[in-house]
Write a protein that binds this ligand. Structure first.
Ligand code: ADP
Ligand code: MG
Length: 356
């Protein structure tokens, strides 16, 4: 029997970003995991055009029905006591939704306006991290109008500064949307033209020959960082290797990482969580140079992929925090309940897994 004291929780998903479909998958997994005895879940689907749907249409959106038509003003179901936004990218993870929720005065899972906005912009986030003494991948940021003003000069400067091959990224996207790995000047030109279709600012970074490691952080009275997991894409972790084929392997925990390195990464992850003003959850992504052993932060995600096979829940699971428990803790933190994370220490876990 369901408890009469259930908290009314609005699960928000979909949204206007390129990651709409990814959000549907994440939200389906969260919906399955949520403890229905504890949470009275109301679905709030947001169409690709920004329309907030009623409960019935929201369920249809989650099932894959396509809704056309312009958005109206956002609205939450009557009596909503807490919101769980499971949206990725602009309009969901970038602080705009969070700002509206803060104005509405309703508690919500995850980071607030400032942290969400800071982490969404890869260039701004790197400045904040670098200022806190955290090493990040070197980069050049470029504004569209400066690029248009003199494409050829800009291209030669970029090649001089960052070399080839390099990565071209829109500043404010996720799931590798708009990102290219380029090897020639012509590819760089095409990569920039493509990246600028997603926004005004773009980053160019040297292509590192590195292992990709990720740490999951869970907020609370004392935020907790997991051991790292490793992503092993065939080439680089592009959209199709993330969502369309199984070519990238996720190894949890990452193998061959010395305990001292793990501790160092956890400290950096927690520091990044603090300096970017994050709460709730975040996935902090690192590179370790295959030849140099140099550790740098690549990026920080405030609403990481949330399907049951995504890295964030997998890392939490590895620390003994199952998906349902994870959702409980996130919601309780949003509701300002004191959440402490009783988890086994990473060294204990590593010893158990024979990886220490
Ligand atoms: N500087 C880089 N060197 C090597 N690989 C990179 C670099 N930047 C990004 N990548 C590859 O591209 C993927 C996506 O880039 P990322 O910055 O994480 O953007 P997103 O927010 O879209 O995930 C990374 O997971 C990695 O595989
Ligand atoms: Mg990434």
């Amino acid at each position: 029997m369901r408890s009469p004291q259930r908290t009314r929780l609005a699960l928000l998903f979909g949204g206007i970003s390129e990651e709409h479909a990814v959000s549907l998958r994440s939200a389906s997994a969260v919906l399955r995991a949520l403890d229905q005895n504890r949470w009275d879940v109301r679905l709030v689907g947001i169409t690709s055009e920004g329309r907030f749907l009623n409960e019935e249409d929201s369920a249809a959106l989650l099932e894959g029905r396509d809704f056309k038509g312009p958005g109206g003003f956002p609205a939450l179901p009557e009596g909503t006591e807490c919101v769980f936004p499971v949206l990725h990218g602009p309009g969901g993870e970038d602080g705009s939704l969070q700002g509206w929720l803060e104005l509405c005065g309703v508690p919500f899972v995850g980071s607030g306006t400032l942290g969400s906005a800071l982490a969404m912009d890869k260039s701004v986030a790197k400045r904040v991290l670098r200022d806190a003494g955290i090493e990040v991948v070197s980069w050049t940021e470029l504004r569209h109008r400066d690029y248009l003003a003199d494409k050829e000069i800009v291209l030669s400067h970029l090649i001089e500064d960052r070399g080839l091959p390099c990565f071209v990224k829109p500043a404010c996207q996720g799931s590798s949307v708009g990102i290219s790995r380029v090897e020639t000047e012509d590819e760089l030109r095409a990569g920039l033209d493509h990246a600028f279709t997603f926004g005004e600012w773009v980053l160019v970074e040297p292509a590192l020959n590195a292992k990709e490691l990720e740490i999951a952080v869970l907020g609370g009275a004392e935020p907790f960082a997991t051991v790292p997991g490793e992503v092993q894409p065939e080439s680089w972790y592009d959209f199709s290797s993330k969502y369309e084929n199984d070519s990238a392997e996720l190894v949890v925990p990452a193998e061959g990482i010395q305990p001292q390195m793990t501790v160092g990464m956890q400290e950096i992850a927690l520091r990044a969580f603090d300096v970017l003003r994050l709460s709730g959850m975040a996935r902090i992504d690192f590179f370790i140079g295959k030849k140099t052993g140099r550790l740098v932060v690549n990026e920080v995600n405030t609403i990481p992929g949330f399907t049951s096979i995504s890295m964030y829940p997998k890392l939490m699971e590895h620390s003994g925090i199952g998906f349902t428990d994870l959702c409980d803790r996130l919601i309780k933190e949003a509701l300002s309940e004191k959440v402490t994370h009783e988890v086994e220490s990473p060294s204990q876990l590593q010893a158990e897994n024979g990886t220490a």
